[in-house]
Design a protein around this ligand. Structure first.
Ligand code: SF4
Length: 64
């Protein structure tokens, strides 16, 4: 499973790093960045939760 963040859409609200710090981090520009590819298996649930919770739908998840 892989996660990506659309940096053009992300508002830097900080929700995804707080829900799933294994996978998401705010970079120096204050935009979320994926720091774990593929998503570690024990972080898949929280990663999905982060994607579903993103207020602007900036997170995409790909199985595989
Ligand atoms: Fe950006 Fe969405 Fe993460 Fe908020 S939850 S930091 S808008 S990707």
């Amino acid at each position: 499973m892989n996660a990506t963040v659309d940096a053009d859409i992300c508002t830097g609200c900080g929700l995804c790093p707080s829900l799933c710090p294994e996978v998401f981090e705010l970079n120096d520009d204050g935009i979320a960045e994926v720091i774990a590819t593929p998503v570690p298996s024990d972080a898949e649930d929280s990663c999905r939760q982060a994607a579903e919770s993103c207020p602007v739908d900036a997170i995409s998840i790909e199985q595989g």
